[in-house]
Design a protein around this ligand. Structure first.
Ligand SMILES: Cc1cc2nc3c(=O)[nH]c(=O)nc-3n(C[C@H](O)[C@H](O)[C@H](O)COP(=O)(O)OP(=O)(O)OC[C@H]3O[C@@H](n4cnc5c(N)ncnc54)[C@H](O)[C@@H]3O)c2cc1C
Length: 333
């Protein structure tokens, strides 16, 4: 049977792209399948052209990145030297997490990071994988939403655990019972975000971020002060997980109205337009201690993503790389 690629990676977020780059650097042929129209997953920068011809820019998901692991510090240094990141003094984050020394933001938005990782990698967007099946001859079969069927020797799955479990179920993939029980129990917080265009710069004090522990809002981030939206003043409001959960199905006008009313005293500006973003799997509420989860050997099927290790962008990166090393290690035997 002719394989389409040696390895297929499901998901072009940070974890999937990190896995693909590691495999590609080791000489493996690899294809990344992404259900969305662009790469990045939860590292997403929205751009909106306004009627005056100017462009409003917002980081809609991850707002900044930090690095604790020495290998990931190297990656962050490279992003700096490639002109993708700059340092940002997000002091309240540093106060809450003393292990974090520096916080960095994307100069053209955070999504420039996954976009640069996707350079020279074979990524197919708008490619939703529906089912993952093991063939008795020892390879994996992936069925896409458009009925395309692809075959690969090994697969790395990087979507959030509930979406991964759906893929396995639809493909009648034999998940080991202990791992199945763990994945079924994983809960993700939700996050409602409001991306708002202002008529003037917000009144937030430098560096342009406010973290709140009570009320509906978790944070307000001034995208102009971050350097992301240079032509138009914009802010991103992120709601608290419990509030987001309660208001998940509420009318978006009501959601935005409540969050913008709470933020009003810090904005000191008029909101010209806004958009609500729903993050259904914002963050895993517990983490798996290992850096990835091997679900099958020969063919190797590994689950990776920010559920593993330290989580967030750093954890996703390290997990993708660890999963790729599992595949490479299995191939060396
Ligand atoms: C609002 C918000 C704010 C955050 N702020 C920060 C921050 O400031 N700093 C930080 O470090 N982290 C932050 N995070 C967390 C960080 O964004 C994530 O931990 C990290 O991006 C996860 O990467 P990942 O590759 O594991 O998953 P994802 O980014 O979720 O990537 C998984 C990809 O798989 C794709 N996919 C899913 N199912 C399929 C399928 N069936 N077929 C094909 N593709 C599929 C998805 O479309 C997605 O692109 C934030 C997250 C949110 C939501």
């Amino acid at each position: 049977m002719q394989l389409n690629k040696e390895c297929i990676v499901i998901g072009a977020g940070i974890a999937g792209l990190s896995a693909a780059r590691t495999l590609s650097a080791a000489g493996r042929s690899v294809l990344v399948l992404e259900s969305a129209a662009s790469v990045g997953g939860r590292v997403s920068t929205h751009r909106r052209r306004l009627h005056n011809g100017r462009t409003a820019v917002f980081d809609a998901g991850a707002q900044f990145v930090y690095s604790i692991d020495p290998e990931f510090q190297e990656v962050v240094r490279k992003w700096h030297s490639d002109g993708l990141l700059r340092e940002w003094s997000e002091a309240s984050t540093l106060d809450r997490h003393p292990e974090i020394v520096r916080v960095h933001v994307g100069i053209k938005g955070m999504q420039a990071l996954p976009q640069s990782m996707a350079d020279s990698i074979d990524v197919r967007c708008d490619a939703q994988v529906e089912a993952l099946t093991l063939h008795r001859d020892g390879y994996c079969v992936l069925t896409l939403a458009d009925d395309t069927v692809l075959r690969a020797a090994d697969v790395i799955v990087t979507c959030p655990a509930p979406q991964a479990v759906d893929l396995f179920e639809r493909g009648e993939f034999p998940l080991p019972s202990e791992q199945r029980a763990y994945l079924d129990a994983v809960d993700y917080s939700r996050c409602l975000a409001v991306l708002a265009v202002l008529d003037r710069p917000s009144a937030l004090a430098p560096p342009g971020v406010l973290n709140l522990s009570t009320g509906p809002l978790a944070s307000i981030c001034d995208q102009g002060q971050k350097g992301v939206s240079s032509e138009v003043p914009t802010v991103t409001l992120l709601a608290q997980p419990a509030w987001s959960y309660r208001h998940w199905d509420s009318n978006e006008t009501i959601v935005a109205g409540i969050l913008l009313a709470v933020a009003d005293e810090w904005l000191g500006a008029e909101v010209l337009e806004h958009e609500v973003v729903h993050w259904g799997y914002a963050e895993a509420e517990s983490r798996y201690p290992a850096s990835c989860m091997v679900l099958h050997n020969t063919p190797t099927v590994v689950l990776a993503g920010d559920l593993f290790g330290p989580g967030r962008i750093e954890g996703a990166y390290l997990s993708g790389r660890a999963a790729a090393r599992m595949v490479l290690g299995a191939g060396d035997k």
